[in-house]
Design a protein. Structure first.
Ligand code: GLU
Length: 288
């Protein structure tokens, strides 16, 4: 069994990240497997080295040891580009020149699991216009989701202990695979990384259940293995809302500085998985 914890170094980790890391670590160790760290630093403008160091210090403080060196997405850009090339050669992606404002202004943009669904404007551009604009205009690359699905057919993925989910990537519309400002989107990078790292069990928050439908489609298109998934409940704060990076009080760095015993906290989080009462006062576990 190989599990992973994949923090984005864009802020301090909080109790929810600790819960995720503790579950992934415990699952690997119980099975005599490996627990790997991946630094999701694809977003060059928001990622910071001090957050990388702080995240690793948080994990050590919780008593979670990891195997090998942390993998960095910023070191894997060549792989992302190669996969995008493969999809481009199969005519499954297209350049999109729309701005966020263009999409928001589109009357037909319905809401999907991850925000406004792209109305498909640039999918219909003539090849000549596409090529001309690619020379001079900033663009992202989108998957032609319906076309991709027509090739691979119906897809399922497995939630550990709960059975199969039928994937519905169409609900996301034509998702972005390479951003204007980053060479791969979270969806593409994460799917490729999990496969390259040999991850057998993806353990992460239930906020990413819908994203798994997209990842399953990318696996089918790129001939990658499908791991088992476990989407766990989210840690919510005293206001009942799931924790965010701006919730300074729940940050692990703040608890560390306040002298909280990290190993004891990790044990409590693991127990909280079965017994909600073990979370620090005011916090709760909830499924979205
Ligand atoms: N870096 C992502 C996050 O922090 C990881 C998501 C995942 O586990 O796939 O949300």
């Amino acid at each position: 069994m190989l599990t992973r914890f994949a923090p984005s170094p864009t802020g301090d980790l909080h109790l929810g990240h600790a819960y995720s890391a503790v579950l992934a670590h415990a699952a690997a160790r119980a099975a005599g497997g490996q627990f790997l760290i991946r630094i999701d630093d694809i977003d060059g403008s928001r990622s910071r080295e001090d957050y990388v160091a702080a995240s690793l210090a948080d994990l050590a403080w919780l008593g979670l040891d990891w195997d090998g060196e942390p993998v960095r997405q910023s070191a894997r850009l060549g792989d992302y580009a190669a996969s995008l090339d493969t999809l481009r050669a199969r005519d499954l992606v297209y350049p999109c020149f729309c701005t966020r404002a263009d999409i928001a202004a589109s009357l037909s943009a319905p809401h999907g699991p991850s925000g406004a669904v792209y109305p498909g404007t640039c999918r219909h551009l003539a090849a000549t216009e596409r090529d001309r604009r690619r020379e001079s205009e900033p663009h992202c690359w989108r998957l032609d989701t319906a076309r991709a699905l027509a090739i691979v057919g119906d897809l399922v993925w497995e939630e550990q202990g709960q059975g199969s989910h039928i994937a519905n990537p169409l609900a996301h519309g034509d998702i972005v695979l390479a951003r204007k400002d980053a060479p791969a989107s979270y969806h593409l990078a994460s799917t490729l990384d999990d496969a390259a790292m040999g991850i057998t069990h993806v353990i992460r928050g239930a906020d990413l259940i819908a994203a798994t439908d997209v990842h399953r489609l990318l696996q089918a298109l790129l001939d990658l293995p499908t791991p088992l998934y476990r989407h766990h409940a989210l840690v919510c704060g005293p206001d009942g809302k799931r924790l965010a990076k701006r919730d300074a009080a729940a940050s692990l760095a703040a608890m560390r500085a306040a002298g909280v015993d990290g190993h004891a906290l990790a044990a409590d989080l693991l127990a909280a998985n079965l017994l909600a009462g073990r979370l620090p006062t005011g916090y709760s576990l909830q499924m979205p």
